[in-house]
Design a protein around this ligand. Sequence first.
Ligand code: GRF
Length: 221
Amino acid sequence: MTAKIDIGVLVSGSGSNLQSIIDNIEKGRLDARIRIVISNNPEAYALTRCRNHGIEAVVIRQEDHPDRESCDRAMVEVLKGKGVELVVMAGFMRLLSPFFLKAYPMRIMNIHPALLPAFPGLHVQKKAVEYGAKFSGCTVHFADEGVDTGPVIIQAVVPILPDDTEDTLAARILREEHKIYPQAIQWFAEGRIEVRGRQVRIRGVEQPKPVVLFNPPLEER
Ligand code: GRF
């Protein structure tokens, strides 16, 4: 039995990743407690999810602070006040300042809907379809000062199909996001994540199967 880790979740929008974390906790599959959710958007549906599950949430907006760092100081104060050990960015559409990163070194995770380092930044499902990429996916990584550049913890791969639109691809990727984020947090809770430079190792994890995917599929001759 793993001791529960206290997490704080940062959101801006729908919060479906937050929901998958809540569901995994409620099913006893994730040894975490959500001590606080912080949204930078008062309209975020994620806040309704918090109300539905009795989770404390606050809105902290950069517009209400003179600059990004003072906004981040306010967020860190709330998180530390709640005893948060791991910060989980779940669709949080803002870059964190160096002050915030220093307050939680290698203790801030982010999820990104592409196979990093391909397609960092915004609107990446659209970019992957328009590029004509044959695979995309999602990445959980530690946050650093760059845009989607920190050490990678886990990735999932999905094919891009010929008729895909931004929305169909986003939905396919999101289903996998909802699996890999709770897994990464559980590894953290179990103290199994080792970071050396860019290399992240999960202690005691099985080797991945040496599968190769082709898209389009190879044809038998
Ligand atoms: C996800 O695709 C996530 O990877 C990205 O923003 C989206 C947020 O979705 N960073 P949700 O708010 O968790 O539903």
